[in-house]
Each structure stands twice: as C-alpha cells, then as structure tokens.
Design a protein around this ligand. Sequence first.
Ligand SMILES: C[S@@+](CC[C@H](N)C(=O)[O-])C[C@H]1O[C@@H](n2cnc3c(N)ncnc32)[C@H](O)[C@@H]1O
Length: 206
Amino acid sequence: MNQYFTNNENLKSDIKTIQFNIFDETYFLYSDNGVFSKDGVDYGTRLLLETLPMSNMKGKVLDVGCGYGPIGLTVKRRTNCEVDMVDVNLRALHLTELSATKNKLNVNVYESDAYTNVEGTYNCIITNPPIRAGKKKVYEILIGAYDYLKNDGSLWFVMRKDQGVKSTLKDIENYYNLSIESKKKGFFVVCATKKVKSVDKAWYVW
Ligand SMILES: C[S@@+](CC[C@H](N)C(=O)[O-])C[C@H]1O[C@@H](n2cnc3c(N)ncnc32)[C@H](O)[C@@H]1O
C-alpha cells in the first residue's frame, strides 16, 4: 500500500493547487498524489497553527515532516524566524519548494529522516507527526527533538486522542514539561519545554 511517507516514483503525479485560508490570508499550496492530506490542509495542522504563539516566536524554527508545507510556510509568513523544513517524502519536499516560491517565502527545505541531516539547535520545533510511520518513528521525532532544541526552546505537536496522545505524554514526560495548549474535535496541541538534564545543570553551576 502506498503511504504518504514512502517514495514511490511509479505513483502517477497529478499536481494541483490548494487554497489555504488562515489568519485572513490565503496561501496557494501545491499538492499531489502520495502526500499527506492531499485534498486540503488537515484540521490538526490548522489547530496547531492557530495555537502557536506566533507573535512571540523568534530565532530558528524547524518543521519536521513538513509534507507540502502548510506549517513552515505559515510560520515564515507570520514571523521573522528563519524556517527549516524537512521530510523523507521527496515529492512533498518538491511541492514545498514550489509553494515557497509561489508564496514568495524564503525557507530552507531538505530531506531528512527525523534529524539525520539536521544540524544545530532551534528555538522551536513543530510537527504534526507521521502516526502511520509507527510509534518508534514518532518517538524518534518527539524525543529526538530534545537534542535539537535550545535549552529554552519548545517542541509543539498535534496528536489525536485516538492516536494515543495520553500515553505519548506519559512516555515523553521525563524529557519535557508538557502543557496541552488546545483541544478540539479530538485533537490535542501540546507544547513541550525541555527539562534540563542534571548534567546540564551541573554545567551551569560550573
Ligand atoms: C501527518 S503528516 C504532516 C505533514 C504536514 N506537516 C502537514 O501538517 O500537512 C507527517 C509528515 O511526516 C513525514 N515523515 C514520515 N516519516 C518521516 C521521517 N522519518 N522523517 C521526517 N518526516 C517524516 C511524512 O512524509 C509526512 O509528510
């Protein structure tokens, strides 16, 4: 079965544009077969964007699993942040690049399996994680964010109740202080800030 996170060159391409209206602005996004939520921006993604504290966001932002780009491109338009966007799906990355050009937004788009090609640290990491890729991969993205966040950085993600958000929160609570920032139609938007490891604390005292 073709999944939105696999690269299948045999899957017929049928690029179309989607109009995404949010915050009284319209984005023209390119979509295609073989990408997540190809017919329109996912409700969870919208809720995540509506919940992000964009007026306070600064520095560097990473959109992990950017798909065809709604999160990173909206953040780029509404903040002064430097935005990096990664995915494993090459078709999705190509669509993000097309959409960035179409909407005149300057973002860095590149292939990465979770953080394998990511360097440096970020003020904010944002993801609507690939649930269908399995729990191991989702945790690689959520827990893996710890090492790519600045100490005062935050990870924002959206997950549905029936996708196991409650158990996920339990499983990541050793790494992060967690707060549920919005809840609608079964979707939870979570903000996770780093619990500084005792070894890091010792370093500060030193
Ligand atoms: C739920 S979709 C979200 C897409 C987009 N951010 C949105 O909100 O519409 C998850 C995305 O994660 C990507 N993905 C799957 N496995 C990945 C991995 N190992 N590393 C990075 N991205 C991955 C998928 O290709 C997909 O685009």
